[in-house]
Design a binder for this molecule. Structure first.
Ligand code: SF4
Length: 747
């Protein structure tokens, strides 16, 4: 095994010096896989300047394969991989421009520490680590170990997530830590766990091509997941695309049918579909009886959701609902796909489970072209869900379960007493803990809560309240880094190695093909240094490089639904190209595509899936006389990513989306407010106000406005409310009003 950190006996200062020197001196480890194509390895002297290696994309959870073209071992260009089973030679603009995000002058190149005058000043790593440890230890000594928390990400490799979660919880005694995946995938993860017994998205992307009917519920693939949309377009079965979405999105415009339901009426609509399917006998009773529990209770639950009632609740014609049920019945293969329109909801888990229930009752699961399939957001959201050690113990285990704690202690060779016996607070509870003074120190890794957290004005005030805020990021000027007390400069995608897990459970490698700038280090290395400075490095002595952690992940996965035992090491994964979990045999390692539940066996003890349901609940802040419009938020353009910290670094991408915030408004509402396209108007909620450029368009329905989430100001407006099961924020429903001014953008 190659080692990347010095022996433990050397001093911290020597370790830092050695690591920073290594960062300068070495790109990759020696592992040449095939002539002209380099795996993880160091490019040999005299290598052809046009050598290539491969890696998965570091933006979204589609997980496209890229060829990285190297000169003297350094990536200078990239192209999509034609033989990768995800993207088949395609990439979206973000993927094409992935390298440009590394070259920005905004990169954090040295640690920054806020001085007595309030300025962030460069310091060396030794001072930064000393500040990190002394400040957090002082807070813990005065207020208890739980008073320091962390917020992590779905943007770093699984190995780094394992290292972070283990360092924080087993080494530093931190109790509370959550990921930004709470903002996108917590609902899907919770829904699967409750329904199937494990967080297990069943699909493979081939299902897009093999469906007769493709339901996209709260999912705008053309913008959010363009390569998945390309897979839809490859459907050769005449697959009918049905989009369920309040907005007439790009995907809705391209669909066979658009059902423009009222915002947050999904649950009533889906229960109405279930009612019709049951009433007409269009269900697979044999499958239901053999493989599920709770169906009869569910059937009773949906009795009141008659077509008349459900269609009225959803703002549809009764006939539209009946025809939709008939469409499912008339076709052999229906696949249901959802993303943030469902997940970011105050009743998202039950909505996702209403989709799962439809798939179960019609046996649209475990067969080609079927499934109740959630679509993930970030490149490693699935890795985070399984291995971040936040609200789940490593490998989808439970902190509360003594056997699970012992499994982890044995696999990692640490004392079991080091593992907390209760789970972390969720993100919103950590934020609330800052308000109450229970959380005094916060460590934020590769995420940007000052932009993204719901009700942003309140969040920023709370961040100011912290005794010590550490941000570890590629860039020194994110909204959150600007208010930090300490900034730790991190390497990005392409500057380190590890594995990502995509939406269809596929593991792929990322590789170090660039040097990080200045003194920036891989997050893994930063965690190792913190462990040494904190004095808990002996717990992690077995992990000297990310691949060492991968071996622990492999051990931790053994016998679990996410078992990856057949992926023996990085070399094996690189040779296979990628592999979906579970992967327990040579045969599975080399299967290009695989879906779950073909045998009808689920992960609950009785191997049955559960029908789960609740009545719809009222929208917490519906429009009223004072705030008569409903604000929807979501993705804007295919070339924008989340808070734009990376996409705004590319001159090419910046040309492909509006640089300033805009609001879509229906022509009827624009008439009433005398607003024309190009006017600067102010949108106010009960929490704040935003001035944006109006775009008058029938894409949004009357009574609704839409603002993309990528702009810094959007979350000044949003209402902090959460799904009770997943604690995911509900970003897409709050009441607003317009205030117009006479100013217009220059033509
Ligand atoms: S679709 Fe996602 S994974 Fe594929 S190239 Fe674009 S950003 Fe990268």
């Amino acid at each position: 095994m190659t080692t990347s950190t010095p022996p433990q006996s050397v001093s911290l200062a020597e370790q830092i010096k050695s690591l920073v020197h290594q960062r300068e001196g070495r790109l990759t480890r020696e592992l040449l896989l095939q002539p002209g194509r380099f795996g993880l390895g160091k490019v040999p002297a005299g290598a052809a300047p046009d050598a290539t290696t491969t890696a998965v994309c570091g933006y979204c959870a589609t997980g496209c394969g890229l060829n990285l073209h190297l000169q003297q071992g350094v990536a200078t260009n990239l192209t999509p991989s034609t033989d990768y089973p995800v993207n088949l030679g395609m990439a979206c603009p973000k993927g094409w421009e992935a390298l440009s995000a590394l070259d920005s002058p905004d990169r954090a190149t040295t640690p920054l520490l806020r001085d007595a005058s309030g300025q962030l000043r460069p310091v060396d790593w030794e001072h930064a680590l000393e500040a990190f440890c002394s400040q957090f230890k002082a807070i813990q000594a005065e207020h208890g170990p739980q008073s320091v928390a962390f917020l992590s990400t779905g943007q770093i490799p699984t190995e780094e997530l394992v290292m972070l979660g283990s360092l924080a919880k087993f080494g530093m005694g931190v109790i509370h830590g959550d990921g930004n995946t709470r903002q996108c995938m917590a609902t899907a993860a919770t829904a699967y766990k409750q329904s199937f017994g494990f967080d297990a998205p069943p699909q493979t992307y081939a299902d897009f091509e093999e469906s007769d009917v493709i339901f996209l519920i709260g999912a705008n693939l053309c913008v959010g997941h363009p390569i998945m949309w390309e897979r839809v377009l490859r459907n050769r079965r005449g697959g009918k695309v049905v989009v369920v979405d309040p907005r007439r999105t790009e995907t809705a415009q391209a669909a066979w049918k658009h059902l423009a339901i009222r915002p947050k009426s999904d649950l009533a609509f889906l229960y109405g579909l279930a009612h019709v399917l049951i009433r007409e006998g269009w269900v697979d009773r044999e499958f239901i009886d053999a493989h599920t529990t709770g169906f009869d209770d569910f059937a009773r639950h949906v009795e009141p959701f008659t077509p008349e009632f459900a269609a009225a609740a959803a703002g549809l014609d009764e006939l539209q609902l009946l025809e939709t049920a008939e469409l499912i019945h008339d076709h052999e293969r229906t696949s249901f796909w959802w993303t943030m329109g469902v997940n970011q909801s105050y009743e998202g888990v039950r909505t996702a489970q209403a989709i799962i229930n439809l798939a179960l009752m019609t046996r649209n699961i475990g067969r080609p072209g079927t499934g109740a399939n959630s679509i993930t957001g970030q490149c490693n959201a699935m890795g985070s869900r399984l291995f971040s050690n936040t609200t789940n113990l490593l490998g989808g285990r439970r902190f509360e379960d003594e056997g699970d704690r012992r499994d982890v202690a044995d696999a990692l060779g640490i004392p079991v007493e080091r593992i907390p016996s209760h789970p972390s607070w969720a993100y919103d509870q950590i934020v609330e803990g800052i308000r109450t003074g229970e959380i005094r120190g916060l460590w934020v890794i590769a995420t940007n809560p000052a932009h993204t957290w719901i009700n942003q004005g309140d969040t920023r005030e709370l961040l100011d309240k912290l005794d010590f805020l550490v941000v570890q990021d590629m860039y020194h000027n994110t909204d959150t880094a600007r208010v930090a007390d300490l900034v730790l400069p991190a390497a990005g995608w392409g500057e380190k190695e590890g594995t990502f897990i995509n939406t269809e459970r596929r593991l792929g490698l990322i590789k170090k093909v660039r040097r990080a700038p200045g003194q920036a280090l891989a997050d893994f290395t930063i965690f190792k240094l913190i462990a040494a400075a904190w004095g808990c490095d002996e717990l992690f002595a077995r992990w000297n490089c990310p691949e060492d952690v991968f071996q622990s992940i492999r051990d931790l996965s053994r016998g679990r639904p996410c078992d990856i035992w057949a992926i023996t090491d990085y070399r094996t994964l690189d040779a296979a190209g990628s592999a979906q979990w579970p992967c327990t045999s040579e045969e599975q390692l080399h299967e290009p595509e695989r879906r779950l539940f073909a045998d009808g066996r689920f992960y609950h003890d009785d191997q049955r899936a559960k029908f789960l349901f609740d009545p719809p609940t009222p929208m917490p802040e519906p429009p009223d006389a004072d705030y008569p419009l409903l604000l929807l938020t979501g993705r804007g353009a295919v070339s924008q990513w989340h808070t734009q910290t990376r996409t705004q670094k590319s001159a090419v991408l910046r040309k492909l989306y509006p640089q300033s915030i805009y609001v879509e408004i229906n022509p009827a509402d624009a008439d009433v407010a005398s607003v024309r396209t190009g006017d600067r108007i102010t949108i106010e909620s009960r929490r704040g106000a935003v001035t944006a450029t109006a775009i008058v368009t029938a894409v949004v329905q009357p009574g609704q406005v839409f603002i993309p989430m990528h702009y810094e100001a959007t979350n000044r407006l949003t209402l902090p409310h959460f799904d009770p099961h997943s604690r995911q924020p509900s970003y897409k429903d709050c009441a607003v009003r317009l205030r117009t001014s006479r100013s217009r953008l220059p033509k």
